[in-house]
Design a protein around this ligand. Structure first.
Ligand code: B1M
Length: 210
């Protein structure tokens, strides 16, 4: 049976080879994908703690993030199990000035798995681009992620931009570590989700297919 603590440790020290191998073993052992994912996410929490205590710096954080991304990519087919006609289209991205995309990618993955067509704009996305892509794709949902207290304020520009563009059927869901339900309400977003699993419930709810 795959050792999930070893998976957490491998991601934490940025050992891509070990992390991807353990992920493959865990999948072969038919371990629950959500449990495997939790072991990966735990690594990023540890990395964040070490960064905060000045025990590691940005390069180490980046190396861990790369190991996490490669391992998540192996898990993706198990998390995304679609094939049916999408219920609606969502546009998603990380707010301008913010390069963190692991959480956003997980939300995108879960939305795809929930039968939502996802247009992923990536990270560091300008408010104008959210608006343009939402219009172009007739999106019913716009998802905005932020991981920094300094960039989360930019989410309001996305909300204001969507409203000003008159996209009346478009709902906005926000999330990311520093974001709260209170902040979401304050900037006029339609929904907030604390994690990727609840982002699915929220997407269905605001998308009108709950
Ligand atoms: Co940075 N970073 N980082 N970082 N980084 C944090 C966020 C930090 C908390 C670390 C710390 O100090 N403990 C801190 C922010 C402090 C703050 O603002 N309060 C921080 C900092 C300071 C910085 C820099 C400023 C460092 C520097 O340069 N001095 C810099 C900023 C660069 C920039 O963006 N402009 C920086 C850079 C980086 C890297 C590039 C090295 C790398 C990112 C690589 C990448 O993403 N491609 C990185 C990383 C890896 C982290 C930590 C360690 C891990 C983030 C992560 O991937 N978590 C992070 C510490 C931490 O979070 N513990 C940290 C795992 C991921 C699954 O969780 O993203 O929270 P998360 O997503 C969750 C939920 O939040 C939610 O669902 C997800 C899954 O459940 N969610 C949504 C997310 N988006 C959602 C959207 C939704 C709904 C739910 O709806 C649309």
């Amino acid at each position: 049976m795959a050792d999930l603590q070893a998976l957490t440790d491998a991601i934490e020290r940025g050992d891509r080879a070990a992390a991807t191998e353990i992920t493959r073993t865990a999948i072969a052992d038919r371990m629950d994908p959500e449990t495997i994912l939790a072991a990966m996410t735990a690594a990023m929490d540890n990395v964040g703690g070490k960064f905060q205590r000045n025990e590691i710096y940005v390069p180490e954080m980046l190396i861990s993030a790369r190991a996490m991304k490669e391992s998540v990519a192996i898990l993706e087919p198990l998390l995304v199990d679609s094939g049916i006609k999408p219920q609606f289209t969502a546009v998603i991205g990380t707010v301008r000035g913010d390069l963190h995309d692991i959480g956003k990618n997980l939300v995108a993955m879960m939305w795809k798995g929930a039968n939502i067509e996802v247009i992923d704009l990536g990270a560091n996305v300008a408010p104008e681009e959210f608006v343009a892509k939402a219009r172009e794709h007739g999106a019913r949902l716009v998802g905005v992620s932020a991981l920094l207290t300094t960039t989360m304020v930019g989410m309001k520009e996305v909300v204001d931009g969507i409203r000003a563009a008159g996209l009346a059927d478009c709902r906005i869901v926000v999330g990311g570590a520093p974001v709260t339900a209170e902040f979401a309400a304050q900037i006029g977003a339609d929904g907030y989700a604390p994690d990727a699993a609840s982002a699915v419930e929220m997407a269905r709810h605001v998308g009108g297919v709950a």
